[in-house]
Design a protein around this ligand. Structure first.
Ligand code: HEC
Ligand code: HEC
Length: 328
């Protein structure tokens, strides 16, 4: 959409006569005059956009640009992806997402208004605007024909577009490569990774609050039905790693939604309200089926689980192989 908007911007300055912004940047009083004409059924013809249609074009360009900007802000703030990820907080991203959604509904409303406007103008102005939109032709007026035509500059527009794309892509690549603050480290403590990763995924520390991690170490002998006892020095290392990197320390989406522990005191990540809210649509039989086996097997569906990021583009429920295969 950003590319389409950018191209319309270039074509609005270097395009053909009726595509140029200057040809339909009407003054407010012209718009009001046009409304009066519609009321009186005596509408002056416009070979390009009529004043109301022109207002709609600018409104669309504005709202679609705002959707693009809020999208980039939401992507950067919430998911720590894209060109804005190094500068924005999760809270800013959430706010931008709300605007982003609201604006999407606004565009739907504008589309309805626009279609209604086309129908109304066609009827009141005795002009088939839909046909004109498809063919690009309207029967001209004599005085219009004598106006010196404004020439389009397709090569100039293409060159401007290419320069803009090159600058845009290199800026995005450069900005996307910046380190984002408050994103958990990729490298985990080796002792923690080996000891707490012996039986299951070494759950990234940002998936639970410090209080949950501390309580897990209170009884490793009775650890969710398994004996996970470790040597004292290993316990100390793992405990320190988890405390120092728990959910409260980071600004990522998983660390925000999973930092609230289960209200009933359960120490499972999969019992936390944030986890439940995101997975309520997945049935127990899906979690139980091969090759998932249990809801705590995050990697089965989240290819990037080990990084603690859980990005939407890395989510895929694998093909299920039936419930009767025994769990490993
Ligand atoms: C001896 C094997 C073993 C070791 C070692 C082990 N765990 Fe576990 N862990 C389990 C089992 C079994 C479960 C329960 C899995 C289930 O029912 O989904 C579990 C569950 C968990 C859960 C809850 C997952 C959920 O459902 O949300 C957490 C958190 C956890 N382990 C953390 C740790 C940490 C931290 C360490 C290192 C100190 C560790 N585990 C070491 C076997 C082990
Ligand atoms: C059966 C597959 C499956 C398993 C297993 C699973 N998830 Fe998910 N998870 C999903 C799906 C599907 C979504 C997307 C839900 C949605 O947005 O509608 C999701 C969403 C999420 C999100 C939100 C991501 C976002 O960008 O909105 C987080 C965080 C998350 N899961 C964490 C976990 C953790 C932690 C575990 C393991 C303890 C886990 N998941 C296990 C399927 C799974």
């Amino acid at each position: 959409m950003i590319v389409a908007l950018g191209w319309r911007g270039v074509w609005g300055m270097l395009g053909s006569r009726f595509a140029r912004f200057a040809s339909f940047a009407y003054r407010p009083h012209t718009v009001i005059h046009h409304l009066r004409e519609l009321r009186d059924r005596d509408v002056e013809r416009h070979l390009g956009h009529n004043p109301l249609g022109a207002m709609m074009v600018f409104a669309f360009l504005g709202v679609l640009s705002a959707i693009a900007v809020t999208g980039v802000i939401a992507l950067g703030g919430m998911l720590k992806q894209g060109p804005a990820h190094a500068f924005l907080s999760y809270a800013t991203g959430i706010q931008a997402l709300q605007w982003h959604n609201l604006l999407a509904y606004l565009v739907l409303a504008m589309i309805c208004l626009h279609l209604a406007g086309v129908a109304y103008e066609s009827w009141r102005g005795h002009e088939n605007l839909v046909a004109a939109m498809i063919t690009g032709d309207k029967a001209g007026l004599v005085e219009e024909a004598s106006v010196v035509p404004v020439r389009a500059h397709p090569l100039g527009a293409l060159a401007t577009g290419l320069v803009a794309v090159t600058l845009g892509v290199s800026t995005v690549v450069q900005l996307s490569g910046r380190p984002a603050p408050l994103v958990p480290p990729v490298v985990t403590d080796p002792v923690f990774a080996e000891q707490c990763g012996a039986c299951h995924l070494a759950f990234p520390a940002n998936l639970a609050p410090a209080s949950t991690w501390a309580q897990i170490f209170q009884d490793l002998q009775h650890h969710f039905g398994a004996n996970a006892s470790l040597a004292p020095d290993q316990v100390a290392t793992a405990r320190h790693w988890l405390a120092a990197n728990s959910a409260e320390h980071w600004d990522t989406l998983p660390s925000h939604i999973l930092r609230t522990p289960a209200p009933d005191g359960s120490l499972r990540i999969t019992d936390s309200p944030g986890w439940r809210a995101r997975h309520h649509a997945i049935t127990a039989s899906t979690f139980a089926a091969k090759p998932i086996y249990r809801s705590s097997n995050c990697v089965a569906c989240h290819a990037d689980a080990a990084s603690g990021m859980f990005a939407p583009q890395n989510i895929a429920i694998p093909p299920l192989k039936g419930p009767n295969s025994p769990a490993p």
